[in-house]
Design a protein around this ligand. Structure first.
Ligand SMILES: [Fe+2]
Length: 236
C-alpha cells in the first residue's frame, strides 16, 4: 500500500490513497440535500474525460492521479446526481450504476449509505477511485497476517465531501467502509477499472474466511446524460 502523489488542481477535490493523505475538503452539504435541477452534464463531461484518459492507457499511478483529479472536480459540486440514484434503502447500502464503458474498461457508480450501514471487509481486484459527494464515510484498511487472518492496517480515515481516495491491488485493495454520519445518508461516487458489478470479488472475515461475491447493481435504468438538447455543457 502506498501513498499517491497529488498536486491539487484549482477545481479538484483532494486525493488520498488508502493511507491517509493531508487534504482539504470542500464545505459539506446537507446529507439529505437533493439537487433541484440535476446538472447531469457534469457526469457526461467526467465520463468523456475519463474515457479519454483510459484510452491513453497510462501507467496505473498516472491513471489514479489524473483520474483522481477528474473525480475530484466532479465531486467538488453536489448539483448533478439525479435523485433516483441517491436513494438509500433501509435494507442495505445501494450501488447505482451511473455509467458503464462499452468496452468494460471502467464503470461509475453512486454508493448510497443509509444510517449505520457498512460493508464487510472486501476487495476490488481492480483499480478504484472513491470521491465523497455528500455526508462522509470511514474507511479502515486491512492486511493479511502471517497466520492468514485479516487485521486492521493503520488508522481508519474519514473521507469528507470533495475528497478522493484510491484503491487497487498494487496500493492496497482490502478495506471496510461505513457511513460516518449518524442518522443521515452519505453518498460517494466510485470509479473502477472494470464493470464492477460483474467482477468476481471477495469478502473476508477477520479469521481469514473468504467468501466470493459479485455485487451487481441496485438499479435497472441509468441516468440519461446524453440528451445534449437539455443540458449542453457543464456549468462552472
Ligand atoms: Fe471498497
Amino acid at each position: 500500500m502506498q501513498k499517491i502523489p497529488h498536486t491539487p488542481t484549482p477545481n479538484a477535490g483532494a486525493m488520498r490513497g488508502m493511507n491517509a493523505l493531508a487534504s482539504t475538503a470542500r464545505e459539506p452539504t446537507a446529507p439529505t440535500a437533493a439537487p433541484v435541477s440535476p446538472d447531469t452534464a457534469r457526469l457526461r463531461h467526467f465520463v468523456q474525460q475519463l474515457a479519454a484518459l483510459v484510452e491513453s492507457a497510462p501507467p496505473e499511478p498516472e491513471l489514479l492521479e489524473r483520474g483522481g483529479a477528474l473525480l475530484g472536480a466532479l465531486v467538488a459540486h453536489d448539483d448533478w446526481l439525479p435523485a433516483a440514484y441517491a436513494q438509500p434503502s433501509p435494507e442495505r447500502y445501494q450501488q447505482f450504476l451511473l455509467h458503464a464503458d462499452a468496452l468494460g474498461r471502467f464503470s461509475v457508480v453512486s454508493f448510497v449509505w443509509g444510517p449505520g450501514q457498512a460493508t464487510p471487509i472486501h476487495d476490488h481486484t481492480v483499480w478504484g477511485l472513491i470521491g465523497m459527494l455528500r455526508g462522509a464515510e470511514d474507511s479502515q484498511a486491512y492486511a493479511r497476517t502471517a497466520d492468514g487472518r485479516w487485521a486492521p492496517a493503520g488508522a481508519p480515515h474519514r473521507l469528507q465531501p470533495g475528497q478522493v481516495e484510491a484503491v487497487s491491488p498494487t496500493i492496497g485493495d482490502v478495506h471496510r467502509v461505513s457511513n460516518a454520519v449518524d442518522g443521515q445518508t452519505s453518498i460517494s461516487i466510485h470509479v473502477y477499472g472494470a464493470n464492477i458489478g460483474a467482477v468476481q470479488r471477495s469478502v473476508y472475515l477477520e479469521d481469514g474466511t473468504r467468501k466470493p461475491f459479485i455485487s451487481g447493481y441496485s438499479n435497472s435504468t441509468l441516468p440519461n446524460i446524453w440528451d445534449l438538447s437539455r443540458n449542453p455543457a457543464p456549468s462552472a
